[in-house]
Ligand binder design. Structure first.
Ligand SMILES: NC(=O)C1=CN([C@@H]2O[C@H](COP(=O)(O)OP(=O)(O)OC[C@H]3O[C@@H](n4cnc5c(N)ncnc54)[C@H](O)[C@@H]3O)[C@@H](O)[C@H]2O)[C@@H](O)CC1
Ligand SMILES: [K+]
Length: 460
């Protein structure tokens, strides 16, 4: 039913450097790349934040070189530009670019406030906290002009998004060739402003992507309810029953044809949901029409949960393992193809502290568990054991509400039951869940997220 778009490629600093090296080896001189970058950035600046006066902060490396190139292009377009730099770059191609600039240059400590401030101090080469001269210039200009960051806000770690110092938050970031992971993680989103990606003729190859809107293909005219996916929800504790109901309903609302709840309770969250006791439900695992299983919402790590995980390992159906069931994985790894959906607390309990490098932490977890791991949070990171990584920023703080995770588990299970591969299902579900969140507002609860899902699907 869904076609998952590959998404926008995302790069680390290392991937960007090898793409650049490949472009240079294929015959494009580094100076040409810098000229293209500067032209494209100046063009974007004139289009998005036109101004008659600008200060360009130029650093010691190629990001600084881009800054000189931008200064040249903006001056040619009639903007009064002052470059602020403590010394011109010494390495090529930045040195050549800087030598072409014949306009005013002042030391960083004298950088004049201007309606437009262009931050070309450091790009993907920043490897330590901002030096004191750069930090002072940034602090002095903060609040004294609209800021455009070149490639990445100076002072953000290109791979982790963590702030190395107190960077100048930008209104617009112009990224070359591809977004960097650092734009989207940790401190990245609140410092980067709008992100404009400009083409400089450097093709990037990467196993990392920014999740994009999935495409919905309606059911075939002769589709049977089983073709639309049959999900089994292993119910949690009766007094946590709400979690299972939310997951079951979310699976139905995101397109599953049929949902069966396994457990001794009596509550049915919708007319279309069937209930079977544990023994009957275990037999369903032999039915080849059963597409996926959710285990964990509302569940305690007890004997029943352990029994189910054993059965599920043996059955081999695609699983969504969430909440209570995650805690059991340390004692009993699950052999079936799985998507694990921990929040930060659960992740830390399972794998130890996340640390600064969120992507590396999730990649490691995927490799240890041989499962797709989806780490929930303001920026969701998903990793597959084969090394693929996806980041989802299409979300909303309204998603931080009780039961929201159960809804996500239900959406993933519906997509798995429809035959989507694990990684793709997790990526698309994360986007759909985020889109529902964006349609929420004050006073809404997880039940409303489910009610919004048809609207989300209709908007695809
Ligand atoms: N990758 C590409 O294909 C292209 C990259 N370009 C630009 O090149 C940039 C990368 O250039 P570089 O590798 O020269 O790196 P940067 O310009 O980001 O900075 C590296 C320089 O800063 C120094 N440095 C690092 N951290 C510091 C700190 N905290 N305090 C003081 N000095 C510090 C380093 O020793 C080095 O001299 C990109 O971000 C982009 O702006 C563009 O010119 C176009 C092509
Ligand atoms: K920069």
């Amino acid at each position: 039913m869904f076609q998952i778009q590959p998404g926008l490629p995302l790069v680390t600093a290392a991937a960007m450097r090898s793409a650049e090296a490949a472009a240079i080896a294929a015959g494009t001189p580094a100076l040409t790349l810098m000229e293209r970058a500067a032209q494209a950035a100046a063009h974007a600046i004139l289009a998005h934040l036109p101004s008659r006066r600008a200060t360009v902060l130029c650093g010691p490396g190629n990001n600084g070189g881009d800054g000189y190139g931008i200064a040249i292009a903006l001056s040619a377009a009639g903007v009064a530009v002052t470059v602020a730099a403590d010394a011109p770059p010494r390495r090529e191609p930045a040195a050549t670019m800087a030598a072409r600039w014949t306009g005013p240059v002042v030391p960083l400590d004298a950088a004049p406030p201007a309606p437009l401030i262009i931050d070309a101090l450091f790009g993907i080469g920043l490897d330590r906290p901002l030096d004191s001269a750069s930090q002072r210039a940034i602090d002095r200009l903060r609040g004294h002009g609209r800021v455009v960051a070149i490639d990445i806000v100076s002072g953000l770690h290109a791979d982790r998004g963590t702030a190395l110092g107190q960077p100048l938050a930008a209104e617009l970031t112009i990224a070359f060739a591809a977004p960097k992971a650092g734009h989207l993680l940790a401190d990245g989103p609140r410092h980067s402003g709008r992100l404009a990606v400009v083409d400089i003729g450097v093709p990037v190859e990467t196993a990392m992507m920014l999740i994009d809107r999935p495409r919905l293909i309606g059911p075939a005219p002769d589709a049977h309810k089983y073709d639309r996916g049959w999900v089994l929800m292993v119910e949690g504790k009766a007094d946590h029953g709400g979690a299972s109901s939310l997951a079951a309903l979310a699976a139905l609302r995101s397109g599953a044809g049929l949902v069966t709840i396994a457990g001794p309770g009596t509550h049915l969250p919708a007319m279309a949901v069937m209930r079977r006791d544990d023994e009957e439900a275990a037999n369903l695992l032999n039915d080849r029409r059963l597409g996926s299983v959710i285990i964990g919402p509302g569940m305690l790590p007890d004997t029943r949960a352990r029994g189910w995980l054993k059965r599920l390992t043996w059955a081999g159906k695609p699983l969504v393992i969430d909440a209570g069931a995650l805690r059991l994985l340390a004692e009993e790894p699950v052999g079936a193809p799985s998507v694990l959906t921990p929040h930060e607390g659960e992740f830390t309990q399972m794998f130890g502290p996340i640390g600064d490098d969120r992507i590396a932490a999730v990649q490691k977890a995927a490799s240890i568990t041989d499962a797709v791991v989806l780490l929930k949070g303001p920026t969701t990171v998903i990793a597959a054991p084969d090394g693929r990584v996806a980041i989802n920023t299409h979300n909303s703080p309204w998603l931080a509400t009780a039961g929201s995770g159960d809804v996500l588990a239900g959406i993933i299970a519906a997509l798995l039951a429809q035959g989507q591969p694990l990684f793709e299902a997790a990526c698309a579900a994360s986007w759909l869940h985020g889109d529902a969140g964006r349609r929420m507002g004050p006073g809404r609860i997880a039940d409303d997220l489910i009610a919004i899902l048809p609207e989300v699907l209709a908007g695809l």
